[in-house]
Write a protein of this length. Structure first.
Length: 308
């Protein structure tokens, strides 16, 4: 019972938790010939993220999103899209894997009519809103209700890994510096929606002006400068790092891996439930956290791979 309560409290944290047109930190068009060859040999579904340095964090967000500090990251591969239901289904079919939500028998679902998070028995990756729902027509949606442990298991099976928090933010910035969002400084440039997030009054008045009241199919919205889709909005994404409030004060700036231990893992990118007046997790510098066994209707992941 105690563990159940701790998991519920951790899941609720998901609900509470700004870089697009600007200066390029790294221009792949001017990359050396050897690097261009590497770019051309990208694994299927992945894109090349170049070596570079950037200003990580923000001074305009939550206290643990700063201080802004210079971080260097080596080149790596990144999934162009969030892992989909279709891809996760292949993993499950090949391995017989059962997610932690399936083992627990429940997961966290946000009830938009009631405007609150609920424990829903029978909710899992195959049944996102509960046992009466399914993913039959949502195979190209990001898989959700996956814990950090589930995401790590999939990544290992796929010959990949979860990105570090620094890699994730470097990739989300798309080669730009000093911007709030993955596409620039303006939330809706030219009146155009650039990500799947909540419009309207929180927590029961989503107008779905962007076309969606829940998850959207991957790659529905424009990619960022590195050709990565949905780096912000749609579903929160697990990263490899343990969470700490003091991470940015550690002085670890060369390919940082985060704390060596902890109780919660870092989540990035925000989700379809984020609202500018309530949760601005779709900022590229936004950070969130949850226990490794937690899962929810707005929590997924994408993979990375080191370049050998």
């Amino acid at each position: 019972m105690k563990k159940n309560l701790l998991r519920i409290f951790a899941l609720l944290a998901i609900a509470f938790t700004v870089t697009g047109c600007g200066n390029r930190a790294t221009a792949t068009d001017n990359a050396p010939v050897a690097e261009k060859v590497t770019i051309a040999s990208a694994p299927e579904g992945m894109v090349y993220i170049p070596t570079g340095s950037f200003q990580m964090g923000t001074e305009d967000g939550l206290p643990y999103e700063g201080p802004v500090h210079t971080v260097s990251v080596e080149a790596f591969w990144m999934d162009a899209r969030e892992v989909t239901n279709s891809e996760f289904a292949r993993f499950v079919e090949a391995t017989g894997y059962r997610t932690e939500s399936e083992k627990w028998g429940w997961s966290a679902v946000f009830d938009q009519k009631a405007g609150e998070w609920k424990r829903v028995d029978g909710a899992d990756w195959r049944h996102p809103e509960g046992p009466r729902s399914d993913i039959g027509k949502r195979m190209n949606h990001p898989v959700v209700h996956v814990s950090w442990n589930d995401a790590a298991a999939y990544s290992e099976w796929a010959g990949k890994r979860l990105p570090t928090e620094a890699e994730w933010e470097w990739a989300a910035r798309g080669g730009m510096t000093g911007k709030t969002y993955a596409w620039g400084e303006e939330m809706n440039p030219g009146g155009k929606f650039m990500a799947n997030y909540w419009q309207g009054k929180w927590p029961t008045g989503d107008t779905a002006a962007d076309g969606f009241r829940g998850l959207s199919p991957v790659a529905t919205f424009p990619p960022n400068g590195y050709k990565l889709f949905d780096m912000t909005g749609n579903a929160w994404e697990w990263t490899a790092d343990w969470f700490s409030y003091e991470t940015y004060e550690s002085g670890d700036t060369e390919n940082p891996q985060g704390p060596k231990e902890g109780r919660e893992r870092v989540m990035r990118g925000g989700s379809f439930l984020c609202n500018e007046h309530f949760c601005s997790g779709y900022r590229v510098a936004a950070r969130n956290k949850n226990t490794p066994d937690s899962a929810a209707v707005n929590l997924g992941f994408r993979c990375a791979r080191s370049i050998q």
